[in-house]
Design a protein around this ligand. Structure first.
Ligand SMILES: NC(=O)c1ccc[n+]([C@@H]2O[C@H](COP(=O)([O-])OP(=O)(O)OC[C@H]3O[C@@H](n4cnc5c(N)ncnc54)[C@H](OP(=O)(O)O)[C@@H]3O)[C@@H](O)[C@H]2O)c1
Length: 115
């Protein structure tokens, strides 16, 4: 006998990165069991609609130097550690690869606090 279970998922997609952390909305979604997907997770770096605020952040630069990572990788790692999924866009093969290399270095509580 074939049994099919239907599960409904609640999902919220929103702009989210260290510059715009969306703390209240994240808390609300966590309480309600709504999964968040962060778009523009590096603040649309280099696009006409985005800004360079992530790349220019001294805090992110300092953490990146200490960790031997790029600023973008620290930014993506931060989002990953918030428990959200993320949609970062690149047309560049090398950058796509770099954007996946975020799983080997955890941010410390001090680094998370600074961000
Ligand atoms: N309302 C919505 O649902 C909504 C709104 C906004 C965005 N989105 C979606 O979310 C996705 C991402 O958003 P987004 O494109 O605004 O912002 P983003 O992913 O934060 O930034 C994309 C920009 O960052 C550059 N980039 C990517 N990786 C990089 C790296 N490692 N180093 C340096 N630069 C890097 C890309 O250039 P290169 O391509 O040259 O690497 C591109 O200019 C898109 O697919 C978009 O469609 C959805």
């Amino acid at each position: 006998m074939l049994s099919i279970k239907l599960v409904s998922h609640l999902l919220k997609k929103m702009e989210m990165h260290p510059i715009w952390q969306q703390k209240k909305l994240t808390e609300y979604c966590n309480e309600k069991g709504i999964h968040i997907t962060a778009y523009s997770p590096i603040r649309g770096q280099g696009t006409v609609w985005g800004t360079n605020q992530v790349m220019n952040s001294e805090v992110l630069q300092e953490i990146a130097r200490a960790k031997g990572k790029s600023v973008v990788q620290i930014c993506l790692r931060w989002a990953y550690e918030q428990g959200v999924s993320l949609v970062v866009k690149s047309f560049n093969k090398e950058r796509m690869k770099q954007n996946l290399e975020i799983f080997d270095r955890k941010l410390s509580p001090e680094e998370l606090y600074k961000i």
